[in-house]
Design a binder for this molecule. Sequence first.
Ligand code: 3NM
Ligand code: MG
Length: 524
Amino acid sequence: MTVIDYSLYLVTGRNLLPLGKDYYQSLEESLQGGVTLVQIREKHADTAEFLEIATKSKAICDKYNVPVLINDRIDIALAVHAHGVHLGQTDMSVAQARAMLPPGAIIGVSCNNEEHVKNALRDGVDYIGIGAVWGTKTKKLTNPLVGVRGVGSLLEVLDGTGVKGVVIGGIKSTNLLRTLHGSVSRTNHAVDGVAVVSDIVASSEPRHAAEKLSKVLRAFKADLPISVLAVRADSARHSIIEGVVRLMKVVRELNPLVHQITNNVVATQSANVTLAIGGSPIMATEPQEMEDLSRICNSLLINIGTMRSDGMLSMSRAGYFANANQKPLVFDPVGIGASTFRKDTVQELLNVFQASAIKGNAGELAALAGSVEVETKGVDSIGSGFKDPISFVMTLARKERCVVVLTGPVDYLSDGVTVITLRNGHEILGKITGSGCIAGSSVATFCAAAAFESQEPPNAGKLVRGDILLGSVAGILVLTVAAEVAAARSDVKGPGTFLPALIDELWALTPETLRSKAKLEIHA
Ligand code: 3NM
Ligand code: MG
């Protein structure tokens, strides 16, 4: 029996070939580029034509020892001795197909929801195709998008069954790493492969297109559930504080460019805080320049504070390209619990980009997690917060597959493995607007530094380089320690004088002050 390698699964699409490109030539080049499995998909060919295409395609794939599956048509699969078939939800049943095909034939089924997956398991399929994960122009979709964040719960149904899972729909080299990173269940079940049509077929250099995808697939490490795990529970508190001190130096020496799409209440303040820390803010919002900016910027902050529907495009584009360029992305879902618009917007955005860190107060993170434990008033949370904030942040970090920063009188940070609590700050922070928002700017600035000092090569199979947990700790710690120093100054009479004092103290903060004042604890 052939062992199927599902990793780079090409689904053909002759109508997408670039002008002048021969179908068989394109197929052969894509095999040379590393395609591991081919499905011949012909939606409009007559039987004789389909048969001819399948016969010739199979001969080419045979040369490269790559198995061939036929979409929908059992008769064609039998006629060309294909390795199996791929069935849609409205095609022949698995049982009927199985009865006609030779023993050991591969049968895969398209699945869009949990019910589809359960049925496919009951029917004894070999693999499922989960889609569509992204929007696609290749096929008219009749089901809702699964979205990258929806893949995990479908994969979880496969746990322990040995049935393979691939994802399909709009997968490209620009979003592959983000797709792989996001498509992992809570039980750490990752996909076995990705099925691609246009990114390969529509390319004039399908070999190059396949190579690009193949390289990312090989580099990706599914056993890295969370972006960055360098800070371990057993590492000394001391080394984290020294790590923060080191990042302070990196920021001041390198002035990372921190792109911030934030709200109009705090934009000036956020830019000033970024400068005071040592970063370099850029507050651009034009959708058309997001791709260019993501190449030159060292990190991105997306804050939905005064979000309007016409701001969606710049946020989603900025986030998409931050992922594509492996830049840290800090997401601040301000006031997400306040309206359905905000909730829906956040879901939509998180389906496009993978945040490296999500920062919020108790109300915001409760709303994001779908928890009713904490109520909100406008953009503020009320009440004391979670009963068990440590396990809350840990669980949310695992679910969102990023670092979670829960701010409040005590700040809780987790990468899904370790939880760090910080007890610095001053209550006067609650009396100026946007103290949470500037924390986002600070975290984004230090995450830029963390990526900067990372020794990992860009093709190490991780969505973001550098220690995002350490960057997040630095962002919060520097801001809250400076706030303590500012609040204690005799010239600070209230919130009005506090804000400029805070900016000055951020500017002047020394490693000694940070070391002596940091109230940091590690929880395994
Ligand atoms: N099936 P591209 S999406 C054939 O959701 C197919 O079941 C889908 O093409 C599903 O890689 C799709 O060009 C097309 O987006 C995928
Ligand atoms: Mg079909």
